[in-house]
Structure formats: structure tokens, C-alpha cells
Ligand binder design. Structure first.
Ligand code: ATP
Ligand code: PAU
Ligand code: K
Length: 276
């Protein structure tokens, strides 16, 4: 049996950098159509790059790291990662800076302006959806995006709205009286709906508002952009840094894939290097 194909994929977003080690069995396993996550770590966008932790993933491992790849919606952040690439035996990264090598048709007015993270999600969704099934992808990052992959596999566009942290920050920045609510507060307990003080009222709005926005967008996109789709329901995928917060409330109709864009990035890198 051949060695699995191991990849380190790095997604540089607007607030965080995600470093993920992925494994693809060779020959491909039928049970796992996407590269499987072995390890992951994330840092704040200007934080120390976690090279020592990443190197520790390989200590005592028989399997060889085959490839590293970096992409994301934050060009300055990508440049910092590449400039600070560590000495040693991490392979030189493939930089995916545009979508020329993507196995994806992009059906929007200006394809080059679409964030690469949205398109990486679509590449991964194309591996998960059935033939003739459309997909809707909810990605809760700095911005939340709700995007459509048509049943022919093309990226069809979608919606962009502020994510949890950005919304919290905007309320604080643009008002005199509203405090900054840490996103971690939302993890503690499910926010009460009827806030009886300012903090609870903001928590309620951030949490239930984001949940409601996402539900409504899935509904609208399904009705308006997939009206004549086959009888098959679209595959609805949930991913991104804030997705664990929403997952318990959407689980009846979404598939939770917290690192979808990194799995899409690993697929694109395999294609670039001829390993797919
Ligand atoms: N405990 C948490 N730690 C960090 N982020 C969280 C947490 N809970 C929710 N979030 C949300 O996830 C977002 C981070 O998302 P993600 O990790 O996908 O990276 P990002 O760089 O912010 O996103 P993007 O790729 O969209 O630029 C935060 O802005 C926040 O809205
Ligand atoms: C929308 C975000 C911020 C989501 O991470 C990113 O994909 C981006 O910067 N996009 C560029 C604009 C666009 O996608 O149309
Ligand atoms: K994102």
C-alpha cells in the first residue's frame, strides 16, 4: 500500500491564520472524499507564527510531509507567512494567489474579485455534493458568507454580511454607550433572547441575529437562485471560525465541516502539483 499524501495547508483570513495538516489516502478512500484533518492550529492575524508546534506534529512520525500550500483572502498576511517561512525541512510553500488553477467555473460579474476563501469552499463542496445536487455554503469568519454552488458545479455568487466579532466591534466603535462584547462570551451559555441589560441585549442580537440572518439567506437563496433545480435538496454546508456556535441550531439541515476551505485548498494544491 502507498504512503498517504500529507499536506500542510495555510489559510490567511482577515482576523486569523489557520494551519492544518491534512492526509489523503492513496489510493483514495471511498469513505472520505475530502482530505482528512490530522492536526490544526490557528493564530491571530498578527500573532506569532506557530512553527514550533507545527514541527512537533512530525516528530516521531513515519509519514513524510509531501507539500505545503498557502492562500487566503488577506494578501498582506500571506506575504508575512511566506517571508517568515522557517528554516528546516518544511517544503517551500505553493502560493495560490488566483483561481487560474481552480477546477471551478465562476459565474459572477467579476470572477477575479471573488474572495479565494469562498471559491476554495466551492471546490470542496463539489467533492461532497451529489451529481446534479446544488450546494449552499455558510462560512462564518470575520465576514459571514452564504454562497451557492449550482447543480452543474459552478460558483454562482451569494451574500456577504458582518460576522460575530465584526458586528460586536462595530456596535462598540460606532456608538457612545455600547460596550465591546467578547465573542468568547457567546460560547459560555446560549444567550438569553430577552436581554434585561445592555450586555445581554447585545449578546442576544449578535447570536440570534446571526443565526436568523443565515437561516433567511439559505431560504432566500434556495428559492430565488435555485428555483428550477432538480427535486434534490441542496447540500447545505457550515464552516468557519464561528461555525461551532451556530452548528447546534442548524444541525437538522446542515453538514458541519469546520475546515472546508482548507480541505478545498489541499485539493487545489494536489491538482497544481499533478497529484490528483
Ligand atoms: N472562540 C472564537 N475564537 C475566534 N473566533 C471566533 C470564536 N468564536 C467565534 N469566532 C468568530 O470566528 C471569526 C474567525 O473566523 P475564521 O477563523 O474563519 O477566520 P477569519 O480570519 O476571521 O475569517 P476570514 O477567513 O473570513 O477572514 C471571528 O471573527 C469571530 O467572528
Ligand atoms: C468576503 C470575505 C471577506 C470573506 O472572507 C472574502 O472572501 C473577501 O475579501 N472577498 C472579496 C470580495 C468578494 O468575495 O466578492
Ligand atoms: K472565511
Amino acid at each position: 500500500m502507498s504512503q498517504p499524501f500529507l499536506q500542510l495547508a495555510i489559510d490567511v483570513g482577515n482576523s486569523r491564520i489557520k494551519f492544518v495538516l491534512l492526509k489523503t489516502e492513496v489510493p483514495a478512500e471511498e469513505s472520505s472524499p475530502l482530505p482528512q484533518v490530522v492536526h490544526s492550529i490557528s493564530t491571530l492575524i498578527d500573532g506569532t507564527l506557530p512553527w514550533e508546534q507545527i514541527k512537533a506534529w512530525f516528530q516521531g512520525q513515519q509519514e513524510l510531509l509531501c507539500q505545503t500550500v498557502v492562500a487566503g483572502s488577506n494578501p498582506r498576511g500571506i506575504a508575512r507567512v511566506v517571508k517568515n517561512w522557517p528554516q528546516g525541512n518544511l517544503p517551500v510553500p505553493i502560493e495560490v494567489l488566483n483561481t487560474d488553477s481552480f477546477p471551478l467555473e465562476i459565474c459572477v460579474a467579476e470572477p477575479r474579485k471573488v474572495g479565494i476563501d469562498r471559491l476554495l469552499n466551492a471546490v470542496a463542496a463539489n467533492v461532497l455534493r451529489k451529481a446534479d445536487q446544488a450546494a449552499i455554503i455558510i462560512d462564518t469568519g470575520t465576514a459571514t458568507t452564504v454562497d451557492v454552488v449550482a447543480s452543474d458545479g459552478s460558483f454562482a455568487g451569494g451574500a456577504i454580511l458582518p460576522g460575530f466579532e465584526l458586528s460586536a466591534k462595530a456596535l462598540n466603535d460606532y456608538t457612545a454607550l455600547l460596550p465591546l462584547i467578547p465573542v468568547d462570551d457567546l460560547h459560555q451559555t446560549e444567550p438569553i433572547v430577552l436581554g434585561k441589560n445592555t450586555t445581554d441585549a447585545i449578546r442576544s442580537g449578535l447570536f440570534w441575529g446571526q443565526l436568523g440572518a443565515v437561516r433567511e439567506l439559505v431560504n432566500q437563496l434556495q428559492q430565488q437562485s435555485l428555483p428550477n433545480a432538480s427535486q434534490v435538496h441542496p447540500l447545505v454546508l457550515l464552516t468557519g471560525g464561528g461555525s461551532a456556535l451556530l452548528a447546534p441550531h442548524l444541525i437538522e439541515f446542515v453538514q458541519f465541516e469546520p475546515l472546508l476551505s482548507l480541505q478545498g485548498l489541499a485539493l487545489v494544491a494536489q491538482k497544481i502539483s499533478g497529484n490528483q
